[in-house]
Ligand binder design. Structure first.
Ligand code: UDP
Length: 242
């Protein structure tokens, strides 16, 4: 029986399983940027993101960050808990980069005085606008408690990932995460969902500042797969299948 696609995003698909509380997350090779204006298929990117995201979600789970990851099923698929995604991209920034530098006229690479959390509405038609906590509450995208939980986890995830990457000589510049509501018995918990991979983080080599993330695609630098493999290899992820 072919599985039913419940959702198709830019880089992933979600399929239903026999269990209503579980889904399969499938990682595609599609790379998009600038709200899909730039699009390419990059052979084996999906496999690398699946493996790297598995590694990171397992590490975060072992460090008390509840998340949707259950197990990896194949090179491109993982079994996950079904959540209701909160339609907000939570962006955590340690160093100025990307759209942030244009918005505030700050030079790329400048250390921020403190870690900064920003929220963007997931709304491709309007280019994912930056929103405040008040917008989230007024429009009902997230309640005050949900926002506090997301912020608490976002700071903890930043500390854990910064430490993890520092050990392998990589600077965690910024990253984007998404959360979902996991329902059981008329109650929900906020848990980390989606993926964390070089598609959703900025990762710079600590010695050379070389970009080891999706900016290689956004900025036409080439060598994206080599960079993602470098991240996976430093994390000691087994790449013998690809
Ligand atoms: N990011 C993401 N998905 C998006 C937008 C941003 O994963 O739709 C990540 C991006 O890879 C970076 C961080 O969030 O690590 C901050 O991105 P920024 O807001 O600077 O936007 P960008 O310059 O990537 O458009």
């Amino acid at each position: 029986m072919t599985k039913k696609v419940l959702y198709e995003g830019k880089a992933k698909q979600l399929f239903e399983t026999e269990k209503p509380s579980e889904l399969i997350q499938f990682f595609k090779d599609d790379a998009t940027a600038f709200n899909k204006k730039k699009h390419e298929i990059i052979d084996s990117k999906g496999v690398l993101n699946n493996l790297i995201s598995e590694f990171i979600f397992t590490y975060l789970g072992n460090n008390n960050i509840p998340n949707h990851f259950i197990e990896r099923l194949s090179p491109r698929e993982q079994l996950i808990k079904k959540v209701e995604i909160i339609p907000i991209e939570v962006v955590v920034r340690n160093i100025a980069a990307g759209t942030f530098t244009n918005r505030f006229g700050i030079e790329e690479g400048k250390n921020l005085p403190k870690t900064l959390i920003e929220f963007n509405l997931k709304d491709d038609e309007n280019d994912d606008p930056l929103v405040s906590e008040e917008h989230m509450k007024v429009f009902g995208w997230a309640k005050e408690n949900d926002i506090e939980t997301m912020k608490k986890y976002a700071f903890e995830i930043n500390n854990l990932l910064s430490k993890l990457f520092k050990k392998i000589n990589i600077i965690l510049v910024d990253f984007k995460i998404e959360f979902g509501r996991y329902y059981s018995n008329n109650h929900y918990d906020i848990i980390l969902a989606d993926e964390i991979s070089p598609d959703s983080c900025r990762l710079w080599d600590m010695s050379s500042n070389k970009k080891l993330d999706k900016d290689r695609f956004r900025r036409n630098l080439g060598g994206l797969i080599e960079a993602y493999k470098e991240v996976a290899t430093r994390l000691k992820i087994d790449l013998s299948d690809i």
